[in-house]
Design a protein. Structure first.
Length: 186
C-alpha cells in the first residue's frame, strides 16, 4: 500500500504544511490587506508589518486543518494578534510614550499641538476598543479596513446575513462608549 505522508497527516489529526508556491501566492495576495487591517490596532507601520508577518508564520508553521478559507483564517489570526498587541501596549507605559513619539515623527506634522491632539484621539479610540468585546472590535476593524461583508463573515466564521446587524450594534456600542468618554473628560 503506497500512501503518501501528506495523505496520512489529516487522518492522525496532524496539519499538513502548504506547498511553498501556494504559500507564496497567498502571501503575495493577502499580505498588504492583512497589514492594513492590523495597522488599525497599531501606532506604527513597522508594528503592523511585524504582526502580519507573525500571522503568516502561524500559517506556514501550523496551518489550519480546514484550508478552505485561508484568507478568513489569516484575518482572524491577525486581528487576534493585533488585539493582543494592543492589550500588551496598555500594560507598558514606557512603550506608549515611545510609540507616541514615533507617530509624531512619522506623521510629518509640524504643529506639535496638532500632533498631540492626534495622539490623544488615537489613544481614546484604543481605550474604547479595549473595553469592547473582542468580536465587536474585530468586526469594526475588518469593516473599516475595507473588507466586504462576505469577507468579514468568512474571517469571523459567522453567517453573512448577520454581518450587517453585528456591525451596526458594534458601531452603536463604540459610539456610545466614545461619547461617554467625551462627557467624562469635560
Amino acid at each position: 500500500m503506497n500512501v503518501s505522508k501528506r495523505a496520512l497527516l489529516p487522518a492522525f489529526g496532524l496539519k499538513a504544511r502548504l506547498e511553498e508556491k501556494d504559500f507564496e501566492q497567498i502571501f503575495q495576495q493577502l499580505y498588504p490587506r492583512i497589514v492594513e487591517v492590523v495597522s488599525r490596532f497599531t501606532e506604527s507601520q513597522d508594528e503592523a508589518e511585524e504582526i502580519a508577518s507573525d500571522a503568516f508564520w502561524k500559517l506556514w508553521n501550523s496551518p489550519p486543518r480546514n484550508q478552505d478559507n485561508l484568507p478568513g483564517w489569516l484575518y482572524r489570526v491577525a486581528t487576534h494578534l493585533g488585539y493582543n498587541a494592543l492589550r500588551a501596549k496598555r500594560r507598558r507605559a514606557g512603550y506608549e510614550v515611545a510609540a507616541g513619539r514615533l507617530i509624531f515623527a512619522e506623521s510629518g506634522v509640524v504643529d506639535p499641538q496638532r500632533a498631540a491632539e492626534q495622539r490623544d484621539e488615537r489613544r481614546r479610540v484604543q481605550a474604547v476598543l479595549l473595553q469592547m468585546p473582542r468580536r465587536d472590535v474585530q468586526i469594526l476593524l475588518l469593516r473599516h479596513s475595507g473588507l466586504s461583508y462576505s469577507e468579514i463573515a468568512g474571517a469571523m466564521k459567522i453567517n453573512p446575513t448577520s454581518v450587517g446587524t453585528l456591525l451596526a450594534r458594534a458601531e452603536r456600542k463604540f459610539d456610545h462608549m466614545y461619547r461617554e468618554g467625551e462627557q467624562d473628560a469635560s
